[in-house]
Write a protein that binds this ligand. Sequence first.
Ligand SMILES: *Cc1c(COP(=O)(O)O)cnc(C)c1O
Length: 377
Amino acid sequence: MGMTKSVSKLTQSVHVGSPGDSLFGGVVNPIFPSAAYNYDEVVRYPRYYNTPNQLAVAEKMAALEHGEAALVFSSGMAAIMTSMMAMLRAGDHIIFQRELYGGTHHAAVHELNRYGITYSMVDAHDPQNFERAIQKNTRVLYLETPSNPLLRITDMAAVARIAKKHGLVTLIDNTFASPVNQNPIDFGIDIVTHSGTKYIGGHSDLCCGIAVASRKLMETITASALHFGGSLDAQTCWLVERSLKTIVLRVQQQNKNALKIAQFLEAESKVTNVYYPGLRSHPGYAIAKRQMPGGFGGMLSFDIKTDTARFIRKLKYIKKAVSLGGVESTITEPVKTSHAKMPEAERKQQGITQRLVRLSVGIEEADDLIQDIKQAL
Ligand SMILES: *Cc1c(COP(=O)(O)O)cnc(C)c1O
């Protein structure tokens, strides 16, 4: 079901890719578990990423991300690595922003050199740092905004302009913002990836990944995806499609809750720093306001004066758990989880302290969450 950008995301999230059941007139798409199809017209096969439930998710995600085409993968890392490797060959160079999701950082450090690919990591606070790091063999600029765990903001349009000037491909991990809040393609970014395990699934009960781009770039990514084989099964695709129908409602509530909690934390004497791009005190506020028209997201971090383990133990509703983007609020200590492997000196330089906690705000009532934080502090 094709829909133009002028149709609201609320409507797209419900209808695009979800025509229902043409056999019995049911309003939801059936699950098509077949791994073997008649081949008279097209060859359909799960690892070809073209079975009906895979296509339903891809269509919906392409619409929500303002792209021409999309693929659904079995994990966020499958989406990221397949998209990245499809753009690179031996002898090429890629520039990452320094503040990266831990898994991507680890993959860059441990995989790329083995394939003859070199990389640089730059401080993305100043987009010019990308340009300064460009070499003759640079092919890809890689961004992540807002970043994990300090919610730093990278100016997407500025990086996209640099890439266009030098004929490079831009790739972004848009997991934290979700397609509800931020559409990087509108700002000139070429390839958008997601860990669908987070806001897209939204219920902390499935693992998937998404890549969205122009038809032409997606053809290149699909060619590699067939070889790497990180496709997703029909049942999980059906759950992802179902989740996407409520993504706008969920994320809007998470945006509202996170802003309210961030404002509460900023005024709280037992909290020393609050990192949330929706706060005027955040150094990336102006850029975030421009490039996140849907909202500032449900992720925030803060430093507390008391012991983090004790604080987390005392929370009643907010669960101690890794991952993020679920309907339930969860909290982590980055030094023990996502950034445990990072050398202390580098953590210190980035501002990731022993007192830092990262909160993924759910869809509960904000005042109940604030009450919970208050009593735990
Ligand atoms: C979780 C996450 C990933 C990896 O996704 P998986 O689904 O776990 O493979 C990548 N980027 C970000 C920002 C994430 O939070």
